[in-house]
Ligand binder design. Structure first.
Ligand SMILES: O=C[C@H](O)COP(=O)(O)O
Length: 255
C-alpha cells in the first residue's frame, strides 16, 4: 500500500513518484509532527511518546486530535497506529483508543513465555475497539525486556491469530535491531513471516544507510519503521525535514 491521491489538507501531500511495495512508518509525538508528516508519503502514522520508553503511549488528546485531522482528509488517508506501552499500561489504556485507529502495539516486556504473551494479547484485544488490529511486537534485545525471541513471537502470533508483527528495540541506546539480530537471523525471520503469511515491520534504530544493506539481503520486511533517524537529535528531539526527505527519496528509489 502506498498513499497516492489528493489530500484536502493544504499541507500538500507529496505522492511517491512510483508505486512501492514496502510501507513506511514514522513514529510521531505531537500534533505539530503529525502536520509535518502529511508533507511526506508516509503509509502509517504511529503515535507514541519516545520520552517515556520504547512503546510509551501518547496522551489521549493527541489520539483524538489526530483522528479529527485524518478524518477530514478525503483521499489517501494514512493508516493510524498507536503504541500502548508495556503490558500493564497497555491493559489500562487500550479501551481509550479511538476506533478510527487501524493498529495498536503493546510491548511484550516481562512476557517470558508464549503463554504469557498470548494472555497479554488476549487481555489487550478484549479492551481495544473491535476494529483496531493488534500488532505483535518482538524486541530484538528480548533478553533485556525479559521477553521471548522474535522468531517465537512470530510463531506465537500466528497461533494466536494475529496477522502483523513488528520488531523493535526495547533499549534505546543507539544499538539497532541489525546490531542485535544478524542478517542471517533476519533472513530466517523474513522466511517465517512469508511461510506464515504474516505482514511484518522492521524498526529499532534503523538508519538510512541500513536500507541498502537490507535490499542486498534476503530480508524483506513489508514495512520499515523509524523515529530516531528522522529526528534532528536523538529520538526524543523534533522531526528533521531534511532527514524525512532523505527517507522519502529512499522509498522512491530503492524500495
Ligand atoms: O515503531 C517504530 C519506532 O518508533 C522506531 O523508533 P527508533 O527508530 O527510534 O528506534
Amino acid at each position: 500500500m502506498t498513499n497516492q491521491g489528493t489530500f484536502s489538507d493544504p499541507a500538500g501531500f507529496k505522492p511517491p513518484v512510483e508505486s512501492v511495495s514496502r510501507q513506511w512508518l514514522v513514529s510521531l509525538r505531537s500534533l505539530d509532527e503529525v502536520r509535518i508528516a502529511f508533507e511526506y508519503p508516509i503509509d502509517i502514522l504511529d503515535l507514541k511518546e519516545p520520552r517515556n520508553g520504547p512503546l510509551a503511549p501518547s496522551p489521549v488528546e493527541l489520539w483524538l486530535e489526530t483522528v479529527t485531522i485524518v478524518e477530514a482528509m478525503i483521499h489517501a488517508k494514512p493508516k493510524l497506529s498507536a503504541a500502548l506501552g508495556e503490558p500493564d499500561q497497555a491493559r489500562r489504556v487500550a479501551s481509550r483508543l479511538p476506533a478510527t485507529f487501524d493498529f495498536a502495539k503493546a510491548g511484550p516486556s516481562g512476557c517470558h513465555s508464549p503463554q504469557r504473551l498470548t494472555q497479554m494479547w488476549e487481555d489487550v484485544r478484549d479492551r481495544l475497539p473491535t476494529k483496531v488490529e493488534l500488532v505483535a511486537v518482538a524486541y530484538a534485545d528480548h533478553h533485556a525486556a525479559e521477553s521471548i525471541a522474535p522468531e517465537s513471537v512470530f510463531e506465537t502470533a500466528k497461533r494466536a491469530g494475529l496477522n502483523r508483527c513488528l520488531i523493535d528495540t526495547f533499549t534505546k541506546d543507539g544499538r539497532s535491531t541489525l546490531d542485535h539480530l544478524s542478517i542471517d537471523r533476519l533472513t530466517e525471520i523474513s522466511a517465517i513471516a512469508r511461510d506464515f503469511g504474516l505482514w511484518w515491520a522492521l524498526a529499532g534504530s534503523i538508519r538510512h544507510a541500513d536500507v541498502e544493506k537490507l535490499n542486498q539481503s534476503n530480508v524483506h520486511p513489508d514495512c520499515i519503521g523509524v523515529r530516531g533517524d528522522v529526528c534532528s537529535g536523538d529520538r526524543t528531539s523534533s522531526l528533521c525535514r531534511q532527514k524525512m526527505q532523505c527517507w522519502a527519496d529512499t522509498f522512491r528509489s530503492f524500495l
